[in-house]
Design a protein around this ligand. Sequence first.
Ligand code: PEP
Ligand code: MG
Length: 324
Amino acid sequence: EARKLQQLKHAKTETADRVEIELFANIELPEDAIQAVKLGAVGVGLFRSEFLFMDRKQALPDEEQQYQEYRRVVDLMHGLPVNIRTIDVGADKALGGGGDISQTGTSPLGLRAIRWSLTEPEIFLTQLRAILRASAHGQARIMIPMLAHAKEIDETFRLIEKAKQQLHQRGKAFNPNIQVGAMIEIPAAALVLPLFINRFDFLSIGTNDLIQYTLAIDRADHAVAHLYDPLHPAILNLLANIIEQAKRANVPVAVCGEMAGDPALTRLLLALGLTDFSMHFSQLLLVKREILQANVGLLKARVARVLRAYEPEEQAKALERLLS
Ligand code: PEP
Ligand code: MG
């Protein structure tokens, strides 16, 4: 059984009715990229860069140190895309650095991710320069977490331009056309998707946070953990909507939250039109096995009933029919 699964590494990732699917890896440390490649990932869909910054007693990594780490991933991926997500600290992820920089928010609604980066432009610029320098060696791409406001998008792009200018002045190599993507993980972003489609090269849906914010369930609060439900009809309809709009506009869209790595949800996500999945590398073959057996045409024809099922029993029946 385990050996059979291992053999899937070499199989082309397509559904039974020949729809091509792309499987990307989520990584936290540069060396995770070795496993990602071994297991057949076609890129790194999410490099959680904050792990280079957390739990540190020393100072935060400087531009050169970050560049070396990003470059390592880019080199290990041999020209495949690597989405380097800019620091996503705050809420459950505490920043290291021995207290030498300002505190992040501890509430999920507080100063975290891009909100924090924009209040610390020097730290943000340093990271952007390091990613840009890595882009001279392969397909490093910038991915921004937790965007909701047009002004945050403006400010982010202004700083990316500034980082490019700084490198240009220093005579450092980088890809001037580096791709920039946005995570869709706040309901407000999902509700104004055209704003994001017009300004970014790719989108990645962070379902972990999208569920948290849509259902108003703190991911870290055990008292409400039983209400954290990826199958809530609001979540499914939101996902269907985001994927459809992005596809119509021809902008690549992936899911990089835990949902993408849960083989029990693979066919449901295929039914919603998803073609790009990003997950912890340990899940890659399990999800791939589901994909190889799926018939997308049939799944899509049956998904409308799931999306309109608001009562749990009704939804269970529609899901059973979808997956039968
Ligand atoms: C997400 O929110 O789904 C996500 C992938 O990011 P993180 O879990 O790191 O917040
Ligand atoms: Mg997130």
